[in-house]
Design a protein around this ligand. Structure first.
Ligand code: GN1
Ligand code: MG
Length: 419
């Protein structure tokens, strides 16, 4: 049997949580890389510098969590920007896969608290679904944490890396970009469901595991520090980025000002509800989970809405070369919001609606700013495949922000019609 933190789960099946399970359109890396043959940049970047040593380490980590059977394959999985994620395959018929992750403790400085939040979340949702089951025919899964041999929810390896294992959701997949309007609606539904299930959890019960996360003025402060310390190149792209940020920095306080004025309040949020964290049932096409629970913590629901829409309405994805082509798709925006509001109507206030447009614009801008700052700082936060990678990613988000701005009236009408 798998060692779940919560045993006896009559309603929920504790299954997986990869970042991106199964196929992701437009992302060849998602088929996974066989570590026996090739080691990804992320691995090369770390302390594990030879392939054999890497594989040995991975198997040692996987062995800490495997309930039974023998590990027959491990490969890098998904395309997360922070943690290292692997899919482990066992020779056991009952439980064939689980997800193994090495947490980036430079980013998540208190990984034990991340695990604690995950458990608080899981326990709360389980109880909620027992009290008020879903409408018939709907499937919703909550991933489970696998315990290590010593009964803990993580394992520290001899060099101090923090490993954890998560169960795998069968018969589900996720995509890097939206496939069609129905998919868009399901992505919105998933976010509404997620927030709805958490809407009666007291934020006091969740630790702030990533201080300043999605607080745009904090990113601006850091940006200013980086600019003051580092010599920037004078390339046209950098000049464009500098100008872009400077023209929007006063407005970028908008959500935090509203919060300070008491117009918006903290709630439990997902923190990273991008399209490829939404799991879709391979049979029905319905959303059945949002995975990647590292950033579940108190925040504004606007961070989630903005993040979901900046990800969902950009059909070209977050990692393309032709950044000038990036565009925000208002039809997808409408579909995502429809799906979202089918569940979020119950807990959104008038004031919440008033800030939806700003949230959409801000989260695209903020991610651009975060990437841009990281490029200027020398790629210390987001994993990067090459020196200019985070600059390229920043330009994509800035272009998306411009597209949102140029369609402000359309987007506001969509919000108005839907509320
Ligand atoms: C990071 O690692 P990943 O892909 O789950 C980042 C998110 C960004 C996202 C952009 C903790 O998430 O905030 O939106 O990249 N996570 C953290 O793809 O910073
Ligand atoms: Mg994440």
């Amino acid at each position: 049997m798998w060692a779940f933190i919560f045993a006896n789960t009559p309603i929920l099946q504790y299954s997986s949580t990869p970042k991106e399970v199964a196929t992701c359109t437009g992302n060849p890396s998602n088929g996974g890389t066989d570590l026996a043959l090739e080691t990804g940049f992320s691995m090369l970047n770390k302390d594990l510098n030879t392939k054999d040593k890497t594989l040995d380490n991975l198997v040692a980590a996987a062995d800490q969590f495997k309930p039974q059977g023998t590990v027959i394959d491990i490969h890098e999985y998904g395309n997360g920007n922070i943690n290292d994620t692997f899919l482990v395959t066992l020779d056991s018929k009952a439980e064939k896969h689980f997800i193994l992750q090495r947490i980036n403790t430079q980013v998540f400085r208190q990984p034990k608290l991340v695990m604690l939040n995950m458990r608080t979340f899981t326990e709360h949702v389980r109880k909620r679904l027992q009290r008020a089951p879903l409408s018939p025919g709907r499937r919703w899964e909550v991933v489970g944490v696998l315990l290590a041999l010593d009964g803990q929810d993580h394992w520290l390896d001899p060099v101090g890396s923090f490993w954890r294992a998560i169960s795998f959701i069968d018969d589900a997949q996720s995509f890097d970009t939206i496939k069609d309007i129905e998919h868009a609606r399901e992505v919105g539904y998933a976010l509404g469901m997620f927030q709805n299930l958490l809407s009666d959890l007291d934020t006091e019960r969740l630790a702030d595991t990533l201080e300043g996360f999605h607080i745009t003025p904090r990113y601006l402060l850091h940006y200013d520090e980086v600019l003051a310390k580092n010599r920037t190149s004078k390339s046209p792209e950098v000049a464009y980025g500098l100008q872009f940020v400077s023209e929007r920095r006063d407005w970028a306080q908008v959500l935090e000002n509203a919060r300070a004025q008491g117009r918006l309040r903290l709630r439990p949020i997902h923190g990273d509800p991008k399209v490829n964290n939404v799991m879709i049932d391979t049979g029905t096409g319905q959303a059945i989970s949002i995975v990647d629970l590292d950033t579940v913590k108190p925040g504004l629901v606007h961070y989630d809405i903005g993040d979901c829409l900046r990800s969902g309405c950009n059909l070209l994805g977050e990692d393309i070369e032709q950044w000038e082509m990036v565009r925000f798709d208002p039809e997808l925006c409408q579909a995502i919001l429809q799906g979202y509001l089918s569940l979020a109507k119950d807990f959104l206030t008038d004031s919440d609606y008033d800030y939806l447009y700003d949230a959409i614009r801000l989260l695209a801008f903020e991610l651009g700013l975060r990437y841009f700052t990281d490029y200027l700082e020398g790629n210390v936060y987001f994993k990067a495949n090459h020196q200019e990678h985070n600059l390229a990613r920043a330009l994509i988000q800035f272009k998306l922000t411009e597209s949102i701005e140029s369609q402000e009236t359309t987007i506001r009408v969509i919000i108005q019609d839907i509320r």
